[in-house]
Design a protein around this ligand. Structure first.
Ligand SMILES: [Zn+2]
Ligand SMILES: [Zn+2]
Length: 419
């Protein structure tokens, strides 16, 4: 299998790959790293120009290619201390792995390697029974997951980076990660020089940490029941608008689901029009708290925070020496391209329909080896486990076959050639 996939990756790097140098500029200041198919990692690489990098990739054919968000005096120095760190672009990673999507109940499961306890859905960090962190995790990325990742990307970009921070689309380098999310790099000297602590504050802000506490404090303080205007800047306005959305759109069942009591949920739905009018008023008010009580209001605010926050991977934003996937390279767990996207391309972009560089290889012969595969679309080709039985030789379009092989759900039959 490795030989077949390496052949196809080599074909991509020698024929189709072209590095848009402006996306990694200044290239000579960046550290590069690659991971090979045998699992070995090579870091501290440096290239003077894109062409040099391309011939390296064509001859070595790595499984994954990375570059630093940081710029260094000597990016090839083997010791971090000798590299001469200059700055690091503020970077964000949105990964659906960290987002609690409802469909995870259908396609994700986990088992504690210590006591054997297992469950469906998003895996807890440690076993709820014995506390062990040794967990076996099986995840799947369905079309709904991809949709959810994009929703969080929009929150990050529209609401926080462009909305609250006032950045322009030209200052953002956005890429589809090639798997289950997006990366965003901010190209701005102002932000590239931020220290890890300031980056930490930004992370808290984007995740909405402390928002609930702030609102509850202000509600019980001097501003008693005085609501935030819908057009207020930052989190206050966001909470106001999202409370409006929740109150205007949620059914009694949905309100119960987010933790409201039966009485409170019914009161809100019954008095919806009046409550919304108070939120829209010139001097808006949250006087409905008097009826539903503070605890129910807290659940509403928490829901507003949850709907407003962009779930980002903290480690990526905090770490000023981290490597990111190279735009235009292939993701070694899916065979999908790490696709650069302009802001205007985002709306029409669907990772599942993204044309695959492996299209031209036609069909491959594989067999499914795992009982835990679910529906997925790759390169526009739909896969459904119901029509692809486990263990039987199948002819599948190369983009889909490569995806299943790299994810470890299938094996090559013979040399993969169906003809
Ligand atoms: Zn356990
Ligand atoms: Zn899903």
């Amino acid at each position: 299998m490795e030989r077949l996939i390496k052949r196809m990756f080599r074909d991509y790097y020698s024929k189709a790959f072209s590095l848009n140098e402006s996306l990694v500029s200044p290239i000579e200041r960046r550290e590069f790293g690659v991971q090979f198919f045998d699992g070995l990692m090579q870091r501290h690489l440096s290239f003077a120009a894109g062409e040099e990098l391309r011939s390296f990739l064509t001859s070595k054919v790595p499984k994954g290619v990375y570059y630093s968000s940081a710029c260094y005096e000597n990016p090839a120095a083997k010791e971090m201390e000798l590299k001469g760190w200059v700055c690091a672009d503020l970077s964000f990673d949105i990964d659906v792995d960290h987002i609690p999507t409802k469909c995870k109940q259908e396609h994700d499961w986990w088992r504690c390697k210590n006591c054997g306890y297992e469950g469906r859905g998003m895996s807890p960090p440690r076993c709820p029974i014995c506390g062990s962190e040794r967990m076996e995790r099986h995840t799947w990325i369905c079309d709904k997951c991809q949709h959810e990742a994009k929703e969080h990307l929009y929150r990050l970009v529209d609401d926080f980076l462009m909305g609250d921070l006032g950045l322009s689309p030209k200052q953002l380098i956005i890429t589809f990660s090639g798997h289950r999310g997006y990366h965003v790099r901010v190209v701005s000297d102002e932000y590239s020089r931020l220290d890890p602590e300031s980056r930490g504050l930004l992370i808290e802000y984007i995740l909405g940490l402390g928002v609930k506490e702030l609102v509850l404090e202000e509600v019980s303080g001097r501003r008693r029941y005085r609501a935030y205007p819908l057009d207020e800047l930052g989190w206050r306005g966001r909470v106001a608008r999202l409370l409006y959305e929740v109150i205007s759109g949620y059914s009694v069942e949905e309100l119960l689901e987010i933790g409201l009591s039966e009485d409170a949920a019914r009161f809100i739905v019954r008095n919806r029009v009046g409550i919304l009018r108070q939120l829209e008023a010139r001097r808006p008010s949250w006087s409905f708290i008097k009826v539903i009580g503070r605890r129910n209001f807290e659940s509403l605010v928490e829901e507003a925070r949850f709907r407003g926050a962009a779930i980002i991977d903290e480690r990526v934003t905090r770490d000023v020496k981290r490597l990111l996937r190279l735009p235009g390279s292939l993701h070694g767990s899916t065979g999908m391209m790490v696709k650069p996207l302009s802001y205007s391309e985002l709306e029409g972009f669907n990772p599942m329909e993204m044309p695959s560089p492996f299209e031209r290889f036609g069909d491959l012969c594989i067999k499914i080896t795992s009982k835990r595969t679910y529906k997925v679309t790759v390169g526009g080709y739909k896969y459904d486990p119901a029509s692809n039985p486990v263990g039987r030789p199948l002819k599948l379009p190369a983009p889909l076959a490569i995806y299943l092989l790299l994810k470890g759900h299938a094996e090559v039959v013979g040399d993969g050639d169906c003809t």
